[in-house]
Ligand binder design. Structure first.
Ligand code: FAD
Length: 625
């Protein structure tokens, strides 16, 4: 029987192991410390705009993160609510302690999945690098397998830094993974040092919450997962505070002591999660910065300060924190720190996230140069799916950029690469109007069927939901808004124009109808009141209206995409020697050699590859056949 080993019990590893086992594959999750499965190294929260979209997508394919955050979330908010269906995204504070327990519990109760504590030291192949045969642990034992998914996060040659102090570690209190890192380097994979940082954690009792701005969660909270029964945990508020002139003065005066600014770090940091040092230096006119005060758990008295990531020495961190209003007596439980680690150039990966030069090896998560739990989880899911499909001799699942944010992320990584920690943003998705997170289950239904990880009841739930929406859309097209129809009475009452031959869907598309009138119209449709698990009628209304309004735009875009999709199906032979191609500039040839695109579509998306070069390449592929 074939076997997959997943190295790492972080957010990528959880998904890779869970999906592989759900697909029926014999799977082992090997991780350094079983008690740290699902540990949130930094912020105790999941989701946000773009990131939340990916959680919904991985949930639609059978992943774990949406279910885990619903089971353990203590503060849920939909971000960008007022900016419309396409770009709003769910976010939740996790009870970090319960999240870890829930993740381990889920994995322990998943059939086909075994957990194993240990440190992976080396990957073993049969002869040379042909045919993977297993993973060797630091204690000398071997876990036999034909495929391995490496999800080692920030642990490869990890080094944490506080002020001038430097300590080998994968995360605070956990060892670095050096043997595996050295083996991967020695196999000739291109690597680089990246860095990230985290904020100090404080004692709750030492903060005067009466001086902070309260940030309530949504009431009622809306689940992440399409399959969650609800939100079981009690909900609590978060708080907001702003840095002061004193905070800025303390940071500026101590910049040479910061690991980041004292020249103690060579790695490249995340542009979109800057440290507080970075914020004051790069935005000198901003005055003050917003800090979110977030509970880490209902089980502990620990508070996280989102937005105050720092690598200052501990005594400076105390002064910084105490300069915030309400924090004059604050006690630090764990100081913030920066971490520097090895990551591998994702241009060395195929579109299925396997390492092109190593047989039977997939990489997912922070190791590929991304940052964030959701980015890691999304890659873990796809790497897990494709490792199983690879062993079964099936075509990989490669999601299109127009299909999912997960597709955008993987395409960006393997086609353009990244030289700084990559984080998902809605701006990265050129087709984002078609990628609304609330519609991810229906949009990815065909892929979910192909993957085969959802159970029959879950599939049936999505099928029923999609069928209901289609039925309602047909009814909207067929309902006439005339002087004598009940829809006409509602529209006229709201001061809307009753044009001749107006259908209900035309009304929704062409005129600004208010939510109350839209609800009144929809309430008249047959089947509108059928219950939908987890969704409010207001969400259903917004989704239906969005679907109707943007249908013409999406149809136009789909026609435009036809051409591009055709290119995605033209495979570039792996033995095509690009250096022998004539009629293509040296610069383009160098890019092709570096990026090794697998399809013509992928080649066309490499920055600097011109449409003319793609046409010539097409011709040459054709001739080479
Ligand atoms: P991780 O969650 O790091 O999990 C890696 C797993 O692999 C661990 O379980 C580890 O024990 C295991 N492992 C490693 N090597 C081996 C081995 N040889 N054998 C067995 N097991 C092994 N993200 C943000 O989005 N914003 C931030 O501001 C941010 N700040 C961060 C600050 C710090 C200090 C750290 C440590 C991380 C930060 N992150 C941040 C990153 C975030 O934690 C990661 O993006 C995310 O956890 C990556 O998930 P992963 O599954 O790839 O790796």
């Amino acid at each position: 029987m074939k076997h997959v080993v997943v190295i790492g019990g972080g957010h990528a590893g959880i998904e890779a192991a869970y999906i592989a086992a759900r697909m029926g594959m014999d799977t082992t999750l090997l991780t350094m410390n079983l008690d740290q499965i699902g540990q949130m190294s930094c912020n105790p929260s999941i989701g946000g705009v773009g990131k939340g979209h990916m959680v919904r997508e991985l949930d639609a394919l059978g992943g774990a993160m949406g279910r885990l955050i619903d089971a353990t979330g203590i503060h849920f908010r939909i971000l960008n609510e007022s900016r419309g269906v396409a770009v709003r995204g769910p976010r939740a504070q996790a009870d970090k302690v319960k999240y870890r327990i829930a993740a381990r519990h889920l994995l322990e109760h998943t059939p086909n999945l075994r957990l194993r504590q240990g440190m992976a030291a080396a990957l073993l192949w049969r002869e040379g690098t042909q045919g993977l045969r297993g993973v060797e642990l630091l204690d000398g034992s071997v876990l036999p397998c034909e495929a391995v998914v490496v999800t080692s996060g920030t642990f490869l040659n990890g080094c944490i830094l506080i002020g001038e102090k430097r300590l080998e570690a994968g995360r605070a209190g956990e060892p670095a993974s050096t043997h595996l890192a050295e083996q991967l380097r020695s196999l000739g994979l291109r690597h680089r040092r990246l860095k990230t940082g985290t904020s100090p954690r404080l004692a709750k009792a030492s903060i005067d919450f009466s001086r902070l701005e309260v940030q309530p969660g949504d009431d009622p909270p809306r689940p992440f997962s399409f399959f969650s029964p609800g939100i079981p945990q009690p909900q609590v508020p978060c708080h907001i505070v702003h840095t002061t002139r004193d905070t800025e003065a303390i940071v500026r005066e101590n910049l040479p002591k910061s690991s980041l600014y004292g020249g103690h770090i060579e790695g490249v940091g995340p542009r979109y999660c800057p440290s507080i040092e970075d914020k004051f230096v790069k935005f000198p006119d901003k005055g003050h910065h917003q800090i979110f005060v977030e509970p880490e758990s209902l089980e502990t008295e620990e508070i996280y300060l989102a937005g105050l990531s720092t690598s200052m020495p501990p005594d400076v961190q105390v002064r910084m924190v105490r300069s915030l209003p309400g924090f004059e007596a604050a006690e630090i439980l764990r100081p913030g720190y920066a971490i520097e680690y090895d990551s591998f150039d994702p241009l060395q990966l195929r579109q299925d996230l396997s390492v092109a030069s190593l047989e039977g090896v997939w990489f997912a998560g922070q190791i590929n140069g991304t940052t964030g739990y959701e980015e890691a989880a999304g890659q873990g899911l796809l790497a897990g799916i494709n490792a199983v499909r690879g062993l079964r001799g099936q075509e990989p699942i490669v999601l299109g950029r127009e299909q999912a944010y997960l597709g955008v992320m993987v395409d960006d990584l393997v086609t353009k690469g990244t030289d700084e920690p990559y984080r998902m943003l809605t701006a990265r998705a050129e087709h984002r109007l078609g990628l609304a997170c609330d519609l991810a289950d229906g949009r990815l239904l065909a892929v979910a069927r192909e993957v085969g990880a959802l159970d029959p009841a879950e599939l049936a739930q999505v099928e029923a939901k999609v069928a209901r929406r289609e039925r309602l859309k047909v009814q909207c097209e067929a309902a006439w808004v005339t002087q004598t129809s009940p829809f006409g009475a509602i529209a006229a009452g709201a001061g809307l124009r009753l044009e001749a031959g107006l259908s209900l869907s035309d009304l929704f598309r062409r005129q600004q109808i208010g939510p109350a009138e839209a609800d009144a119209c929809l309430g008249l449709l047959e089947g509108w009141d059928d219950a939908q698990a987890g969704w409010t009628p207001a969400t259903e209304r917004d989704l239906l209206l969005f679907d109707l309004r943007y249908a013409p735009y999406r149809e136009r875009e789909a026609r435009l995409l036809e051409g591009q999709r055709a290119w995605d199906h033209v495979r570039i032979p792996s033995d095509l020697r690009v250096e022998h191609l004539h009629g293509i500039s040296k610069e383009v040839l160098e890019k092709l050699a570096l990026h090794r695109p697998e399809t013509l579509g992928q080649a066309s998306r490499i920055p600097g590859i011109t449409p003319a070069a793609v046409t010539i390449l097409h011709l040459l592929i054709h001739r080479a056949r």
